[in-house]
Design a protein. Sequence first.
Length: 250
Amino acid sequence: MTIYAKLRRYLGKEAIALADLAAWQEILGVSFNDPSLLEQALVHRSYINENPGFASASNERLEFLGDAVLGLVVAERLYQDFPHFTEGEMTKLRAALVCQDTLDRIARTVELGDYLYLGKGEEASGGRRKPANLARALEAVIGAIFLDQGSATASDFILRLFGKELEEVVSQGVGVDYKSQLQELIQAGGQPAPVYDVIEAVGPDHDKRFTVEVRTGDIVLGKGSGKSKKAAETEAARSALERFSANFTE
C-alpha cells in the first residue's frame, strides 16, 4: 500500500486528492491540463452513490470513450506493423490485448488501485484490487488523456503501456505455432532441425530489439525481429514458412 492509500484511510480522499493526483501523473508520464478529468476517471459509481454532492460524475462515460480509443490504437498498430496477419488474426490479437485480464495487469503496474474513489462498501470488499474495477478505470484514464491531450498523446500512452503485452501476444502466433510448423516441415524433408541465432540486439536494456535468423545447416530460412528473443524467433519462423509457401506456389 502506498503512502497515499494509507493517508486516505485517515484523512479522507478529498483532503489529499490534489497531491495524490500530482504524484500519480508522474507515474503515468502524463501531465494533465485539466486534472479534474483524471479525477473523474478514478471515480467508481459506488462513491457517487454514497456522496451524491460530489462535484465529479462517475468514470463510466470516460470508460466508454477510452474503450473505443484503446481499440482503435491497437487495431492501427496491428494493421501497420503486421501486414501478413489476416483480418481474423488481427481480431484475435486485439481481443487478447483489450480484455479484462490484460487491462488488469497493466493497471497494477501503475498502481491504479491506490487512487480509486470507492464507496465504503466497495472499499471493504476489496474493490481496489478487483480486476473489473481496475480494467474499467484504466479505460477511463485513457479516455481522460484523449480528451485532455489529444489522440497522439493517448496513442503514445497506450503503446507505451501495452508494448510488452503486444509483443507477447504476437509471439504466441495467434494460436498458430509457427516454430512447430517449421520444424515439422523441415524434418519431413529429411533436413536438420531448425536453429535460431540472435544476429543483432540493439537499444537500451529496457527497450531492446532483437533480430534472429533461423537456419537448417548452413541455409538461412528466414529472419525476424521483435522486442524479445521469443517474438523474434516466432517472426523468423513465420517468415521462413511464408518463403516456403511462395516457392511452392510459383
